[in-house]
Design a protein around this ligand. Structure first.
Ligand code: ARG
Length: 452
């Protein structure tokens, strides 16, 4: 109060306070304070006795926070001030020494790096659980055919294993992005003070060691100003959530009566309050709908940092809401995706019926002509005409006799009619990375290697 002659306007208080949001940083703030106090005593900056009293108080405060009985006060602006106030209440005069050689600026930066490091580690674990689940499902449905789509039109048949494994590779790249986030969280900001360094002979390496950082930040101004590790996390989260939204979108389609490819587990669906027959794929829909908020969080925080002069500015307090929302959204989305895939029951007949539409052998027919020397464009035109006239006459490709086929090209022979049997369209995709069983088996082995 000393610098001020009036108390804060209630609206100022409301806009300024971050406690409700940053409360969840408390375990990191306690860990940071423990390490800081250990260092202050080791360096002779505060007395060992005082350090002991403060550590006891920190333990007591951690206990209160853990048990949900911490006595928050209306004057607590953020979690850092709340903890310091309570430590001082418990530790008396010694408590007044905890904030020696540190500032809330290097404190909040450190709490956030610690938080982000944990969040990235948890994201990696959750991504791996989903990868494993997809791999198990792929293994269980190695040769179940379904149509592959482009423009949501049946394009070429593929195996369900191949389709599910596509997500495994996307998720492996997501995991790489979170590994990069981890690498961006290995410098300790604490010790930077408000912005310029501190007037005490601190040992930042000691604090770094206590908190598990391999390095300390080299520039105090950068240490308190940087939030790019948050951008990195939110960017990785946005890409991953966007991948999950595509999975969600497919599950919504596939579980519809129109497709009927999959039944989602009851525990991941809900009923309608009005229509008793309905089973709604809510979680899959929400995978679609939650992803954009992670993109919005990233974009909003870019807006906060844009053109912001060094060093700390209160604008940066907004980082937490965006970061926490991205963390929570991704967390839930990964859990939902894993739960739905784990309990999904696929319908072999529905998928195989859709894949047996002989029209989707059109490319294979064209290729068979190409292999006999017909230029691809010419073959494409020939098959295009064949498809149109077959459709016009209300027939299907596999109902045409060899004689009828030969009206379109004299290159057609028994092999052509053989091509119109479903297996051939799949097993012929034997190029590296293709859907043929042999290639899927290789892929599966490689995918397993990703999480061993
Ligand atoms: N609650 C603040 C935040 O989250 C803590 C840092 C405050 N620093 C300051 N100089 N006011 O950003």
């Amino acid at each position: 109060m000393s610098r001020f002659s009036e108390s804060p306007d209630p609206a100022f208080d409301a806009i300024n306070r971050s406690l409700d949001v940053d409360k969840r940083l408390w375990p990191y703030d306690i860990a940071l304070s423990r390490a800081h106090v250990t260092m202050l005593a080791a360096q002779g900056i505060i007395k060992q006795d005082d350090a002991g009293v403060i550590q006891d108080a920190l333990n007591a405060v951690a206990g209160e926070l853990e048990a949900g009985i911490f006595p928050f006060e209306p004057s607590d602006e953020d979690i850092h001030m709340a903890i310091e106030r309570r430590v001082t209440e418990i530790a008396g005069e010694a408590g007044g020494r905890i904030h020696t050689a540190r500032s809330r600026n290097d404190q909040v930066a450190t709490d956030l790096v610690l938080f982000t490091r944990d969040a990235a580690g948890e994201a990696i674990d959750a991504i791996e659980r989903l990868m494993e689940t997809l791999i198990e499902k792929a293994e269980a449905h190695l040769d179940w055919a379904l149509p592959g789509y482009t423009h949501l039109q049946r394009a070429q048949p593929i195996y369900l294993s191949h389709h599910l494994l596509a997500y495994v590779w996307m998720l492996a790249r997501d995991r790489d992005r979170f590994r990069f986030v981890l690498s961006q969280c290995d410098e300790l900001p604490l010790g930077a003070g408000a912005l310029a360094g501190v007037n005490f002979d601190t040992d930042r390496q000691l604090v770094a060691g206590e908190l598990g950082f391999p390095r300390v930040s080299a520039n105090s101004l950068d240490a308190v100003s940087s939030r790019d590790f948050i951008l990195d996390y939110m960017s990785a989260a946005a890409v991953c959530a966007t991948h999950l939204s595509r999975l969600g979108g497919e599950l919504v389609l596939w579980s519809s009566q129109e497709f009927g490819f999959v039944a989602l587990p009851d525990r991941w669906t809900s009923g309608s309050s009005l229509m008793p027959q309905k089973k709604n794929p809510d979680a899959a829909e929400l995978l679609r709908a939650k992803a954009p908020r992670t993109v919005g969080n990233l974009s909003s925080f870019f807006g906060v940092l844009h053109a912001l002069p060094l060093a700390y500015n209160k604008d940066m307090q907004e980082d937490k809401e965006y970061l926490f929302d991205s963390v929570d959204t991704l967390d839930l989305s990964l859990a939902a995706a894993t739960g739905m895939i784990d309990g999904a029951v696929f319908n072999r007949d529905a998928m195989s019926d859709a894949a047996s539409d002989s029209m989707i052998a059109a490319t294979d027919l064209a290729d068979s002509l190409v292999k006999l020397g017909v230029p691809f464009r010419e073959a494409h035109a020939t098959i295009g005409k064949l498809v149109r006239e077959t459709l016009d006459s209300g027939r299907t490709l596999d109902s045409l006799s060899l004689e009828e086929l030969r009206q379109y090209s004299l290159f057609f022979d028994e092999e052509t009619t053989g091509l119109l049997s479903q297996q051939a369209w799949l097993e012929s995709k034997d190029s590296l990375g293709g859907t043929a069983s042999r290639r899927v088996a290789d892929q599966l082995a490689a995918a397993r290697g990703l999480i061993s």
